[in-house]
Design a protein around this ligand. Structure first.
Ligand code: NGQ
Ligand code: ZN
Length: 459
């Protein structure tokens, strides 16, 4: 069995030295023993963290990151960005989806993410006709994950309507749409690809309360439960104030309030964004044990607003982070911005540290690793027996980390390192996929990605 000796490692009980980790043939941790001597083990000579889960991704959007930063004729908003995004989504061919996702997943691994929840909603051909295999584009995403080595929670998206009250969808949304029956068939046809794989999980993602009816939401959950009754359920919610207003006009309730009132939200759920919350919603969401899926760099880029993280985390609310539109793919940067948003609105510091004399970086990292693992429904998030052997080795020589120990390493990595440069090696299920800061297939992915982008942006 592969054995690793971690010079300094963050375990559930804190930092330990010389940690021997024995990994089984499936890549799961069999045992963890600190204070070990093991000259024959593979030495990870520096500070080692558990891999993080990226709980929210729309892979194709990686290829349009940076293309929506030019002012339009009127007032630019989330909704004008969305039009640009729809035009871009309309042009993608299956090989583009695979090339973009492969490039992105390689970048995610370099950035410290060892798993991703892919909120996958481009399903059909341009115009809306399904591919010969209706799961064609899901299979492209699975292939990209396998090529990169990242663990994947695949969340095919259920999308049917263009707005609250079952408004008909727009022409540009046609590639996304399913009936309940077609959606259940999609899940069934994908399920075999997820059996007996510790690095894959199938879940569902009703796109938003705007895009599905209450009946369809129930039907989708029933279809998932027939396959895996504990599997993740993700939904976009309360990201923009216009959505909150439309939801009130439709139901008399705010989106998070409406969803919580259904009595179905529990640990399986990830409420993505959940930006706009009342005090009552904050308390109730925290008590539900669901994860709030925060995507600070995308939320900043799209002008969403600032999640009330201080109150929510003080109430015991669970969080995780996602890179969503991939305007930035850097775990440290999303964690940093989460804290900075709170600082900027309260004109105060170290707001998410969780108490006096505690490290802000440590609290952010612990919350995101544990909450992220819950949201993606994978055995990860801590270095412990029974979990997958996902490790991040921080670069001993990174100037930002010089002389740091224990939690100061996390504070320095999150607040003062240059993006992902401080991660030197990454392991998923005991397999090394990043060496000297570079994904092992970086060149091949970049070549295919360039080819796709050149063609896409030429048209
Ligand atoms: C998405 N993205 O599905 O890609 C959405 C925009 C929508 C974010 N919300 C579309 N960040 O919400 O309708
Ligand atoms: Zn999203």
């Amino acid at each position: 069995m592969p054995r690793f000796l971690l010079r300094q490692a963050l375990l559930p009980t804190g930092w330990h030295d010389n940690v021997l980790v024995v990994v089984d043939a499936a890549g799961m941790i069999a045992s963890v023993t600190s204070g070990s001597v093991a000259p024959d083990a593979t030495l990870l000579d520096g500070a080692v963290l558990p891999g993080l889960a990226n709980l929210h991704s729309h892979a194709f959007q990686r290829a349009m990151a940076g293309l929506a930063e030019r002012a339009g004729p009127g007032n630019d908003s989330f909704w004008t960005w969305r039009e640009t995004m729809y035009r871009f989504a309309a042009r993608l061919a299956p090989e583009d989806i695979q090339a973009i996702a492969s490039q992105l997943y390689g970048e995610m691994l370099e950035a410290g993410y060892t798993a991703v929840a892919e909120f996958h909603y481009v399903h059909h051909q341009p115009g809306g006709v399904p591919y010969a295999d209706p799961a064609e584009l899901s299979r492209r995403v699975l292939a990209a994950a396998d090529a990169s080595g990242i663990a994947l929670t695949h969340l095919p998206v259920l999308y049917r309507y263009g707005g609250f009250g079952q408004k008909e969808p727009q022409e540009r949304q046609k590639r996304f749409l399913h009936t309940s029956d077609a959606y259940a068939r999609l899940l069934e046809s994908l399920a075999p690809a997820f059996r007996n794989r510790a690095d894959r999980r199938l879940g569902i993602a009703p796109h938003s309360l705007r895009a599905v009816s209450p009946e369809m939401l129930q039907e989708a959950i029933a279809a998932l439960n027939a396959i895996d009754a504990g599997a993740p359920i993700h939904i976009h919610i309360a990201e923009q104030t216009a959505e909150v207003e439309d939801c009130i006009a439709w139901s008399g309730k705010r989106p998070v309030q409406w969803l919580l009132d259904q009595g179905i939200v529990d640990q399986r759920w990830c409420l993505v964004h959940a930006t706009h919350l009342t005090t009552d919603e904050i308390q109730r969401l925290a008590a539900s044990k669901a994860v709030a899926g925060l995507c600070p760099t995308t939320e900043a880029n799209l002008g969403d607003g600032i999640f009330p993280a201080v109150e929510y985390m003080a109430a015991g609310g669970r969080i995780g982070i996602g890179s969503d539109s991939h305007i930035s793919v850097a775990a440290a940067e999303d964690l940093r911005l989460l804290e900075y948003g709170q600082r900027l609105i309260t004109r105060s510091r170290n707001l998410l540290a969780g108490g006096a004399d505690r490290s802000t970086g440590r609290r952010l990292f612990d919350a995101a690793s544990i909450g992220g693992a819950q949201a993606v429904g994978q055995p990860m998030g801590v270095i412990a027996a029974g979990r997958r052997a996902d490790f991040l080795l921080l670069d001993q020589d990174a100037p930002a980390l010089a002389g740091k120990n224990g939690d100061s390493i996390l504070d320095a990595w999150i607040f003062s390192s240059q993006m992902r440069s401080a991660i030197s090696e990454v392991y998923v299920a005991g397999r090394r996929v990043v060496e000297q800061g570079r994904h092992i297939r970086r060149e091949a992915f970049a070549a295919d990605y360039r080819k796709s982008l050149t063609r896409l942006l030429e048209e």
